[in-house]
Design a protein around this ligand. Structure first.
Ligand SMILES: Cc1cc2nc3c(=O)[nH]c(=O)nc-3n(C[C@H](O)[C@H](O)[C@H](O)COP(=O)(O)OP(=O)(O)OC[C@H]3O[C@@H](n4cnc5c(N)ncnc54)[C@H](O)[C@@H]3O)c2cc1C
Length: 360
């Protein structure tokens, strides 16, 4: 089959990678970026947390189950990608300062209620926390979320591309304005295919469609602004992602190679892509410093703003018809759920395939 994927973000690259493993398919990918390193996709900006239980704070059990399935799939996909692509499943932490214990206990109570065993938060004693994370000081309440994971989003974007690079026709510098069953067009040119996957994220919204429309559809997508900070912190140890349960901010720290600690992320109902604000910088970095005082001398080496593609109900959605599959609404957990969503979408569109039988 000749298959088009419109959008080379997190989901588009994963679909390209999975489809490229079937030698019988011809695959074309379209994206406005000027090449495989061109930024724009939210996929580049993400912290890469793979935390199904923690996401239950704002998501439903479907997202949780997609997250669990995706963790399994990532465990098989990651070793097959070229280059060093970081992926770990050492659990994640929830932390709280004693004076915030009311709000924290409410969140932990909600997660305990929503998550099935054995995925519920497990309370840690201060000595256990100190052993796991010697550079976390300040928060006196801690819980482990077993089995949760993290990937490096930048490395995964590159790895998925590289693995599929020579098996896919990449149409960079292509802003696609027309997507229909078996058809992709950019206003001056159009291409026909057996099947089209629309993975444009925020780009799926047709010009003129108001984001205040309440219809639940992949095209009625809005952007949710997120700001993220990279700190260079040589000598500061962080072994796994940790979230601070704070009454006002959602703050997390995520370790990356080369002494980088990513601090994220604001979540603002705005499609403003301008640089990070003073308020987000002060609030998020102060909160990060309050959990890891060793960050005091860290250097702020990079900041980034991007928009999470979200639908009216903040849940992911697959719309399928012959010749066309639209996927959208991966919101703040795209990396967490992308493999399970891709698996589902591919099974609907190409029922005879066994694409997800990925082995290293
Ligand atoms: C600050 C921040 C932190 C995040 N942290 C996490 C996290 O820790 N864990 C997690 O799981 N998720 C996280 N996310 C969410 C995750 O990044 C998104 O859910 C995911 O990237 C969505 O994937 P997507 O492929 O649908 O969209 P994108 O990754 O945005 O890709 C869409 C692609 O479509 C292309 N496109 C747009 N318009 C057109 C057009 N007209 N024609 C052709 N192509 C087009 C774009 O160029 C882009 O390449 C975070 C996001 C942000 C912003």
């Amino acid at each position: 089959m000749h298959i088009a994927i419109v959008g080379a973000g997190a989901l588009g690259r994963l679909l390209a990678y999975l489809l490229s493993r079937q030698p019988t398919h011809r695959i074309s990918v379209f994206d406005p970026a000027d090449g495989p390193e061109g930024r724009g996709a939210a996929g580049w900006t993400a912290a890469g947390m793979l935390t199904p239980t923690a996401e239950l704070e704002c998501a439903d059990l479907d997202v949780f189950n997609h997250g669990l399935r995706s963790l399994e799939l990532w465990s098989r996909i990651m070793p097959s990608l070229p280059g060093d692509v970081s992926f770990a499943r050492d659990g994640s932490l929830l932390l709280a300062h004693r004076h915030d214990s009311g709000a924290a206990q409410r969140t932990v109570g909600l997660l305990k209620q929503k998550a099935p065993q054995p995925y519920r938060p497990v309370a840690l004693l201060p000595a256990q926390l100190a052993e796991l994370e010697p550079d976390i000081h300040g928060p006196s309440l801690a819980w482990m979320l077993p089995g949760e994971g993290v990937l490096n989003a930048v490395e995964t974007m590159r790895g998925l591309y590289s693995a599929a690079a020579d098996k896919v026709t990449w149409h960079w510098n292509h802003t696609i304005t027309q997507v229909a069953p078996g058809l992709v067009g950019n206003g001056t040119q159009s291409w026909t295919f057996d099947h089209v996957f629309d993975a444009r994220g925020l780009g799926q919204r047709p010009p003129g469609m108001s984001s205040s429309d309440n219809a639940l559809s992949c095209q009625n997508v809005r952007g949710v602004r997120g700001e993220i900070f990279w700190l260079h912190a040589p000598g500061v140890v962080l072994n796994r992602p940790a979230r601070l349960l704070h009454p006002r901010h959602r703050v997390y720290v995520v370790p990356r190679r080369n002494d980088i600690i990513v601090v994220g992320a604001s979540e603002i109902e705005s499609e403003d892509r301008s640089p990070v604000s003073l308020r987000s910088t002060v609030e998020l970095l102060a909160a990060a410093h309050s959990m890891m005082p060793g960050l005091a001398e860290a250097r702020l080496v990079h900041t980034e703003t991007n928009l999470r593609p979200a639908l009216v109900d903040n849940l992911p959605r697959i719309e399928h018809e012959p010749g066309l599959t639209r996927i959208n609404g991966l919101f703040r957990h795209g990396w967490l759920i992308a493999p399970a969503i891709a698996e589902k979408a591919l099974a609907q569109a190409l029922p005879d395939n066994t694409l997800i039988q990925v082995s290293p």
